[in-house]
Structures are given as structure tokens and as C-alpha cells.
Design a protein around this ligand. Sequence first.
Ligand SMILES: CC(C)(COP(=O)(O)OP(=O)(O)OC[C@H]1O[C@@H](n2cnc3c(N)ncnc32)[C@H](O)[C@@H]1OP(=O)(O)O)[C@@H](O)C(=O)NCCC(=O)NCCS
Length: 319
Amino acid sequence: MQFPSPRHNARILSFGAYRPERVVTNAELATVVETSDEWIRTRVGIETRYFSRPDETVVDMAVAAGQDALTRSGLTAADIDLVIVASCTLPTPIPGAAAPVAHRLGIDSPGAYDVNAACAGFCYGLAQASSAIQVNDARNVLVIGVEKFTDWVDPSDRTTYIIFGDGAGAAVVTRGDDQTIGPAVWGSSGDRADALYIPDRNSMLAMDGPAVFRWATTDIRDEVRRICERSGVTLEDIDVFVPHQANMRIIDAMLRSLKFRDDAVIARDIARSGNTSAASIPLALASLSDTGQAKAGDLVLVIGFGAGLAFAGQLFVMP
Ligand SMILES: CC(C)(COP(=O)(O)OP(=O)(O)OC[C@H]1O[C@@H](n2cnc3c(N)ncnc32)[C@H](O)[C@@H]1OP(=O)(O)O)[C@@H](O)C(=O)NCCC(=O)NCCS
């Protein structure tokens, strides 16, 4: 028995974004917990984040970002074969978000599933979208990263409340002449699962901030080099670096030992959007594309990392 083994190339076609209407400043947070604008700016580099409305769901935000990516792609709902939603903040484990999101977007009976790899979720989703096109005959795949952290962060816990925000980002992946999405590099350290976790269904997010900081600035920094090695490029070849927008100090610490070109663009959407976990990388990419900082043809390196602890990253060519 020999099953059909289609071979196509995959590329990213468009990005989409959704940021909730409500912009929350550090000064506003300082009215809720004992903190200050100065502490937050210097320790995590966040200036604002977006909080969704209480009645606004993960699915609502995913639909908005997915529709934006679809509109920008020039495709219609009928062209999408597979919807992948990366999230770790759904209110309940089932149903996943992907099938309801696809239904709301008018996509008729696509493959649909969720990925929960927390802040690394979008990069895992992108790897799977690429594979679905390369070896599983999909024509177009919608990948969405979405989080509603306001449901899972305790407003009295100043170590987490100041960091996380809500939002959604998306990408449409399609067939191309060339394969312009590189192989994913991924891994995990389950022995440190309790560095960032929700202990049970009645609890909120708990974080060992210093442990996460150390992991991100040592192990994850080394994985950035491995992503380049895997595709036979060097840091000098990278035009745009989009690490998970966890925290400005983590980005700055990475950059002290990763020598990108002086003119390489570094994503710093964290200042505007806070840490939106699975949404942070596509939100940053949509913004870099909209502002013209990232241009078509640029070589982009993305790496997501967070709860698990788990990470994933890859290279791709900017659409
Ligand atoms: C959370 C983080 C900013 C804390 O910074 P830190 O320098 O490690 O600070 P510490 O936890 O040692 O706390 C230092 C002091 O600041 C206080 N503090 C913590 N949060 C505060 C806040 N929001 N405002 C004011 N003070 C705060 C602490 O209570 C502590 O006070 P103490 O010395 O009186 O006990 C830092 O560990 C970090 O950035 N970690 C990574 C977190 C992250 O990115 N998570 C997402 C990963 S996906």
C-alpha cells in the first residue's frame, strides 16, 4: 500500500491583528495594585496593554484577527482548508476555539484544531500550517494566536497583573513557488512546568518571574542560534527579529549576546501591547508590516517561549 504523498511549497501570504478597544496605562494599574509607571517601564518595558470587554470572548477576538488576515490575503473563506488556533486562555477546555472561529468566519467545514503551547503556540501553529501545505495537500491555512489573559490573571497579584494583556494576531499560509518557511526548532523543559502555570481550575496564573527570566535569557537565546544553524544562515543574515513579546528586559538581554546587524529590525510591540502570549508574535508582525519596518522579502526570525516550559521558532520570508 502506498498512500499519496503530495509535495508543495508553503509561504506566508498575510497577517492580521485585533487589539481590544480599551487601552490600559500603567498609571491605571497603579490604582489597582501597589506599583508605579516607573517600576513597570524599567522592569518590563511595558507602557500600555489592551484589556478586552468582559463579554468579549477568545473566539470573538480570534474571529476579528482571522478576518483581518483573510481580508488582507485577498482570499475568501471558501479558500481556507484548515484553521489552527493557538491559545492557553480559553474559559473551558472543550470545545476548542478553532471550529467555532471557522464557523463564524464562514469557512465551510475546514480542518480545525487548537494548539496549547502557551506563548510558543503561534510558532507551533505556523510549523503545522507549513506541513499541512507541504505534505497534506492543504491549499490555504489560517493560523491564529489569541489570548484573554484578563480572565486568568489575579488583579491583586502585581507580578503578573502588570505583564499580561489581551489580543489576537493571525496569518494566512498558502502554497508558493518556493518554500519560504524554514524548519521549526522546538523543545521543552517540563521539569520547570511550575515556573508559569495555573494550579487548578479555580486558580489564576502563578509565575516564578526570575526563573522564567533566566530560562529566556540563556536557553532560549541559544535556540535562536540553533534556528539559524538549522537553515544554514547566520545572525547577520536576519533582517527582522521577532522574539515572543514577553518583556522588554528579556529582549534587551537577548540582544546583548545575539549580534544582529545594526540595521536589523527588532520587534518591541511589548511596549504597546504587553505580553499577549500566543498572540504576541503575529501582533508584532502585523504591526511591523503595517508600519513598513518589515518589508516584503525580509528574512524574519521568530521564536515563541513560555509556559511548559516550551518553545518553538523558525525563519520565514516576509510577505
Ligand atoms: C517579574 C519580574 C519583572 C520581577 O522582577 P525582578 O527584578 O525579578 O523582581 P523580584 O521578583 O525580585 O522583585 C523585586 C521587588 O519588586 C517587587 N515587585 C514585584 N512586582 C512589582 C510591581 N508590579 N510593582 C512594584 N514592585 C513590584 C517585589 O515584590 C520585590 O519587592 P521586595 O524586594 O520588597 O520583595 C522579572 O522577574 C521578570 O521580568 N520575569 C520574567 C517574567 C515574564 O516575562 N513572564 C512571561 C514569560 S512568557
